[in-house]
Design a binder for this molecule. Structure first.
Ligand SMILES: Cc1cc2nc3c(=O)[nH]c(=O)nc-3n(C[C@H](O)[C@H](O)[C@H](O)COP(=O)(O)OP(=O)(O)OC[C@H]3O[C@@H](n4cnc5c(N)ncnc54)[C@H](O)[C@@H]3O)c2cc1C
Length: 356
């Protein structure tokens, strides 16, 4: 295929994955983003992709998303494995399953969630109930939960390292920082106070900044970075909680990510005491080693969501818009992009990502 000039509005998760992917196919890529540069600042203003915990949970997310999201998620886990293998930085990725825990008082809520998970399509992994002994063998550091289930095949990815690697290893891409795209039109990116630029094809992947082209809203999420030497956790863990979807995600070294609130607000101000206390006390109730953990960072961001909380791809001549990845962006991005690129005839389905 002839090399195209491609403009991308947004250098978040989708923008970086697109730029890296399309640059490998020889296209001329320009990316525009209001951020100061490619590095994370953790000030709540940048891409949500930096704040995410990187849970790849098609099964657990069935609690609040469609079967289509789950199917895209299972495909994406396989695609992330290939992407990570093709990146020289090799960001951490694992798909050894995750755990769902419930305290005794939350057993009925757990049954409701499990009923939804059981409605999963045939041929995909099912939640497996664990005895106390089985849980102890898998994750000895966990204590205090009355009920536990293994969600086989679920994964996790190091978001910050992957965002950075996709930027650093996107060969020949022209990154334009401190450039806000005011409008995305077929074959054209429009800027405030600067001439618009023409391309063969443009992508609108501005996340929560995608209004008014799409009716996207931001949904506030708060997350705690913890350092807990010797915490011993190897798999992501979710705890059923009356108010939050609490999860703990182990990262290489001694770091654990603890998330996350979900608040219908576009408030990007720092994490509230209420959210921090509730998340941390819930996590401590199943991982006693957290008592001596150190709080490295409190982070906040907006999840880009459409009215139905489902992802949306719009393909028109000269223009592709992808948005609404909500709380599943890392879970969905590779498969959504594969489908979008095929819809605009920019990729061959069987092309391997890893160089021979
Ligand atoms: C607390 C939290 C935890 C999360 N945890 C998970 C998780 O465990 N698993 C998971 O799968 N997902 C998770 N997510 C969701 C995931 O981060 C998002 O779905 C994903 O980042 C969306 O990708 P995106 O590229 O559409 O948007 P973003 O990553 O937000 O990127 C959008 C980019 O567009 C830029 N932009 C905005 N306006 C403009 C403009 N006018 N012109 C040019 N550029 C613009 C922004 O600066 C940004 O760089 C979490 C999100 C949050 C907030």
């Amino acid at each position: 295929m002839a090399a195209l000039s491609i403009g991308i509005a947004g250098a978040g998760l989708l923008g970086r994955l697109l730029a890296w992917r399309l640059a490998r196919e020889g296209h001329r890529i320009s990316v525009f983003d209001p951020a100061l540069g490619s590095e994370p600042t953790f000030d709540g203003q940048q891409a949500a992709g930096y704040t995410a915990a990187g849970m790849l949970s098609p099964l657990a997310e069935r609690d609040n998303s469609s079967a289509e999201v789950a199917a895209l998620g299972w495909r994406s886990i396989a695609l992330w494995r290939d992407v990570v293998a093709a990146l020289q930085a090799r960001p951490h990725f694992a798909a050894i399953g995750s755990l769902l825990l419930a305290h005794r008082g939350d057993a009925s809520a757990a049954q409701r969630v499990l009923a939804r998970l059981a409605a999963e399509a045939s041929g995909t992994p099912r939640a497996q109930a664990l005895s106390a002994a089985q849980l102890g063998a898998l994750e000895p550091a966990l204590q205090g939960a009355a009920h536990a289930w293994l969600l086989p095949g679920e994964g996790q990815i190091d978001c910050v390292a992957t965002m950075q690697a996709l930027h650093d290893e996107a060969r020949g891409v022209r990154w334009h920082w401190q450039r806000t795209v005011a409008q995305v039109r077929p074959g054209e990116l429009v800027f405030d106070g600067a001439p618009s630029q023409r391309f063969d094809l443009v992508f609108d992947v501005r996340g929560a900044g995608g209004r008014p082209a799409l009716p996207v809203r931001g949904v506030r999420g708060e997350l705690v970075w913890l350092q807990a030497p010797g915490h011993g956790l190897t798999r992501p863990v979710r705890l059923l909680h009356p108010r939050h979807r609490v999860y703990l995600v182990p990262r290489p070294g001694d770091v654990l990510l603890l998330g996350a609130s979900e608040i219908e607000s576009e408030d990007r101000s720092p994490v509230s005491l209420k959210s921090a206390v509730e998340l941390m006390s819930a996590a401590h109730s199943v991982l006693p080693a957290l008592a001596e953990a150190r709080i490295l960072r409190l982070d906040v961001n907006l999840r880009p969501a459409l009215p139905d909380n489902e992802p949306r791809t719009e393909v028109a001549p000269g223009l592709v818009r992808i948005n609404g990845l909500f709380r599943h962006g890392w879970l969905l991005a590779p498969a959504l992009l594969e489908d979008a690129l095929q819809a605009c005839a920019l990729t061959q389905p069987a092309e391997p990502l890893v160089a021979a």
